[in-house]
Structures are given as C-alpha cells and as structure tokens.
Design a protein around this ligand. Structure first.
Ligand code: MG
Ligand code: MG
Length: 272
C-alpha cells in the first residue's frame, strides 16, 4: 500500500533527507587516498547523531554499520572495513538517517584521486540518469515512465542496468511501496499522485548488468568485476511535480564543484 504524505510530513522528510545530504557533504571532504572506511563510518554516525537523528541503516536487517560502503566493482550494500581508499578508486556511499520518525536515504559515488576517464563517464551518465528519471516522477505518470527513462539513458551508453535491486517509497519505513525499478516500460505500473515520496536510485554497471553476492550476505558486486555507480535522491511530488528533498549541494561545495543542481536537473537529456 502506498502511504501518501501530507505537506507537513513532506517538510519533516526534507529534514531527514538533509541530515543525509549534510553527512555525505562532510564525507566528501574526507574521501581521499589513504582514508579508512571504518573511521569514516564512525565519523558519519557521530555527525548524524549531532543533528538529532539516528543512523538509518545501523542495525536495520542486522546491517553492522552506518554507511553502505561499496568501492569499485561493488554495486551496493558493501560493509566498511579497514581497506583504505586508493588513488583511482571510486566509492559508492549510501547513507540513511531517521529523524522525527521519518527516513532519509540517499547516495553518491565519489572519485578517489585520479580516476580513469571511462569510469568518470560512468559516474556522469549514472548521475544524469537519476535526474532524467526524477523528471518523470510527476502526477499522471507511472512507475514505468521513470524506469524507462533511466534504462534508456544508461543503455544508450552501453551500460548494464541492475535488475535485482530497485528504488522504493520512503517514509516512516525505509522501504515502502511502490518499488521503483530502473528498467521498465512506459505507461506501466502504479500511477503517481500528489504527496508520494520515493527514493530513486539507479545502480549502473560499466559492463554486464549481472551481479553476484559475497558470502557476507550483504555485498553486491558486478559479475564481470567492472566498476558500478550508484546515485540516489529522495523526491516528493509537490504541486504535481517532482521536488528534491535531498541535495548534492553540500558535496558540490566540499569538492569545489560549481553547479546548480536545479539547472543540471532541468538540462539533463530529454528522453523522446
Ligand atoms: Mg540508499
Ligand atoms: Mg534506497
């Protein structure tokens, strides 16, 4: 059942989303060659608690940490350890926070030092596909419209779109209805209405879309060992249109990237 949010609840969800946005922004300054994942995980936990929130993932389904930490060929659900970051790595960081009874849940894939050109392109296209998908999240459209837009954009570049893991509704539960796959057909699936809040999160592989799981029961990685990217935003439908609750603004500021997210969103390629 899809749980529709009131305008007041959406404002509370924005605060939960922004706790995560600020945490990812804080981490952006710390992510560099030599950084220790477990130390950053602890830092993130403290930073979330300082904002009057709880880590959303810690203990959820028995997950042991605050961050999902997925380097290189890991797609999602990686567990932070003592393997320090190396020059040329990419690192997907997914973070959750619970504040005032509502979850925030969003993610970004960072470059560590000097990253290969083709990997930078994977990150760029995956981030673009997030915006392309978000633009379809509006009253009257359906789940398949977002899904198709993301799939079409990524497959046009020859990338593999992961099927087994999907975005989701968000609210007092971390995972609510509807499921938001990153592949599908236009005009299919649940219809979007005012007050829906979802996490849209393309998980895109440079090579095959096939994945495998480590026997830690968590870590998902690409079957061919090639890199994978993951970008996620929390989005509400307000006045019929998509409204970002989370933001990459803190990350952009930390990395010295001068960009206006609204503009990037508007200018992202139109799917015809
Ligand atoms: Mg997430
Ligand atoms: Mg999510």
């Amino acid at each position: 059942m899809i749980k529709i949010k009131t305008p007041e609840q959406i404002e509370m969800m924005r605060e939960s989303a922004l706790v995560v946005s600020r945490t990812l922004g804080m981490l952006a300054s710390e992510i560099k060659p030599g950084a220790n994942p477990l130390k950053l995980d602890k830092l993130a936990e403290e930073f979330i608690r300082e904002q009057g929130a709880e880590p959303g993932f810690l203990g959820m389904y028995d997950f042991p940490n605050t961050l999902n930490w997925s380097p290189n060929a890991q797609v999602v659900h990686g567990i932070p350890n003592n393997d320090v970051l190396k020059d040329g790595d990419i690192i997907s960081v997914d973070c959750g926070a619970l504040k005032n009874g509502f979850y925030g849940d969003h993610a970004y894939t960072f470059e560590v030092g000097e990253v290969a050109e083709e990997t930078i392109k994977l990150l760029k296209i995956t981030k673009e596909s997030l915006y392309v998908g978000i633009r379809e999240f509006k009253v009257g459209n359906r789940v398949g419209d977002v899904a198709f837009a993301i799939q079409n954009h990524c497959e046009a570049h020859g990338y593999g779109v992961v099927r087994e893991l999907v975005g989701h509704g968000l609210g007092t539960d971390l995972h609510e209805d509807p499921q938001m796959p990153n592949y599908g057909k236009r005009g299919r699936g649940k219809k979007f209405v005012e007050g829906m809040v979802v996490a849209i999160e393309p998980m895109i592989n440079m090579g095959t879309r096939r994945i495998k799981q480590l026997n830690d029961g968590w870590t998902i990685l690409t079957a061919d060992g090639k890199p994978s990217a993951h970008f996620e935003h929390d989005v509400a439908i307000v006045d019929g249109k998509p409204e970002l609750l989370s933001t990459f603004q803190y990350i952009n500021e930390a990395l010295g990237i001068e960009t206006n997210e609204e503009e990037e969103f508007r200018k992202s390629p139109i799917i015809l």
